[in-house]
Design a protein around this ligand. Structure first.
Ligand code: ARG
Length: 257
């Protein structure tokens, strides 16, 4: 995770961002601290990368890389405003014991668009990560990568529309995907938990599940109830300040597998 000390909304690279309204870094740090505390309370280990001044979106650690089986597929950001983040995350990972780091040739935004299940990696494209990056990641990681096409600009990263539940299942908002990708999801995950527009619109799908606990935006009221009914333990958090940049709990979290 990366403390949002330099968090701000100063440019527009997704429909959530409004530089006129701006955002409050102090408030963001408070909410982020509560997210970190939630992970620690659940018994998860949290490592921190130093924030860099001039990179207001660096708090969204999920975009910094994709780490699977100890191998690091490095991020290559779409927008110049975030270009410097890729090398910063790769440097941190190298320094912290990950020796197999690939400097990607193709544009990709790490775990923002790559979600790892036991047998397959789901990969988003349409707004940020290039199709060629899906193939590059598959070849480097030796895991099957399934392409999913995103069609709604509010859900510009796969992790804003879908999250893995563990046990080979997922939760998702069908409206974020092309008809073909919806059909793929129905075939792969016949027992998926489907979320509605209201929960998606508060970034309720940008959640982190460890197989039982689900760290999720508190405003996603219906989805929280559905998860509970399916036997999961929702852990609601308030990340409303970070949502002003288009991010939620998952965006703030890079998983080191
Ligand atoms: N403002 C950032 C961007 O548009 C937010 C990134 C959110 N991260 C994520 N994993 N969805 O790039």
């Amino acid at each position: 995770m990366c403390r949002p000390e330099h968090f701000a909304v100063t440019y527009v690279i997704n429909p959530w961002m409004d530089p006129v309204a701006g955002a409050d870094a102090g408030k963001a740090v408070g909410q982020w601290e509560a997210l970190r505390a939630a992970y620690l309370a659940l018994g998860h280990e949290v490592s921190l990368i130093d924030p860099i001044e001039g990179l207001p979106d660096m708090v969204f650690a999920a975009n910094g890389a994709l780490v699977v089986g100890g191998r690091v597929y490095g991020a290559r950001f779409t927008h110049p405003e975030r270009h410097a983040e890729g090398p910063a995350y790769s440097r941190w990972l190298r320094k912290n014991g990950f020796s197999e780091v690939l400097d990607a040739e193709h544009t990709n935004e790490g775990e923002g668009d790559f979600l790892t299940l036991d047998h397959v990696i789901l990969a988003g494209t349409g707004f940020r990560t290039e199709l060629a990056a899906h193939q590059e990641a598959q070849e480097f990681l030796g895991r099957p990568v399934v392409t999913l096409r995103l069609v709604d600009p509010r859900f510009y990263h796969l992790d804003t529309a879908l999250f893995p539940l563990g046990g080979g299942n997922v939760a998702y908002f069908p409206g974020a995907f092309s008809p073909g990708s919806r059909a793929v999801l129905e075939r792969l995950f016949p027992n998926a938990i489907l979320a509605g527009e209201r929960d998606a619109a508060v970034l309720g799908l940008n959640a982190v599940c460890d197989g039982r606990n689900v760290v999720i935006n508190a405003e996603a009221a219906e989805l929280i109830e559905t998860l509970r009914a399916h036997g999961y333990a929702p852990v609601p958090v308030d990340l409303s300040e970070l949502r002003k940049a288009g991010g939620g709990p998952k965006c703030c979290t890079l998983e080191l597998r």
